[in-house]
Design a protein around this ligand. Structure first.
Ligand code: MF3
Ligand code: CO
Length: 260
């Protein structure tokens, strides 16, 4: 069941997404070699709560933390820990907050210190593919158009697309229909309509597309242990435009010329 949102509901989504984007600005201040991913989790959890929001991942189907932490080969749903980030790592941070009954979801992969150019290119392409997906995300198109835009962009550049994990609708629940794969055929899947709120989130690998889910049922890594990148925005579809509700601007303010 796909829930179409009223203009009032989209305003609430926008407010939640603004606060989530600011949370990433706070996290960005701490991302550097030596910081533990537990520390990042605490910063995010406290900032959300101080601003009246609920850290929606914490306790979601048993997930143990506020942030999903994706260091290097981790694709999605990694747990924060006492691991200290190292020069040359990339760390995807993916999280959801709930404010006034509505959810906002966003992910950004940060370079830590000096990152190998091949891995930087993976991150840049993944982020660009997110915007290619968003360009295809408009009234009258189909979900397969988003999927195909992401897949084509990444595979042309020699990367592979994780198939087991998808984007999704969002609203009063963090995961709503439809599923949004990052691979597929143009002109297939559900029609994109006015009032939809969607999360587009390419997960792209440097090596093979195969993944392994750890025995905890959550943490997901590449099978070949090569790096994976992940970026995500929440968007709202209106008849005359698609609005990107989350923004990386607060991250950019903090990172300056280290922003990718
Ligand atoms: N963006 C992630 C997703 O849609 C957020 C997961 S939160 C978790 O799967 F609680 F499920 F980990
Ligand atoms: Co998501």
């Amino acid at each position: 069941m796909i829930y179409l949102k009223t203009p009032e509901e989209i305003e609430k989504m926008k407010t939640a997404c603004q606060l989530l984007s600011k949370t990433f600005g706070e996290i960005a201040k701490w991302v550097e070699p030596g910081v533990t991913t537990n520390k990042l989790d605490t910063v995010a959890r406290e900032f959300m709560r101080d601003n009246g929001a609920k850290p929606a991942c914490l306790g979601y189907e048993g997930f143990p933390a506020t942030l999903c932490i994706e260091v290097n080969e981790t694709v999605v749903h990694g747990f924060p820990s006492n691991y200290g980030l190292r020069d040359g790592d990339i760390v995807g941070i993916d999280t959801v907050l709930e404010l006034d009954g509505f959810n906002a979801d966003m992910c950004y992969t940060f370079p830590v210190g000096n990152v190998n150019p091949d891995v930087m290119s993976l991150c840049i392409t993944t982020k660009e593919s997110l915007y290619k997906g968003i360009e295809a995300c408009k009234v009258g198109n189909r979900i397969g158009d988003i999927a195909n835009a992401v897949q084509t962009y990444c595979e042309k550049r020699g990367y592979t697309v994780v198939r087991e994990m998808c984007g999704h609708g969002i609203g009063k629940s963090m995961h709503e229909d439809p599923e949004i794969p990052n691979y597929g055929r143009r002109g297939t899947g559900p029609l994109i309509k006015n009032g939809m709120c969607l999360c587009i989130e390419p997960m792209i690998n440097l090596g093979s597309r195969n993944i392994v889910i750890e025995r905890d049922g959550w943490q997901c890594r590449t099978k070949d242990r090569k790096p994976s990148a992940h970026y995500e925005h929440t968007v709202a579809i209106l008849n005359d435009e698609t609005q990107i509700l989350t923004t990386f601007d607060y991250i950019q303010e903090v990172l300056g010329d280290r922003f990718i």
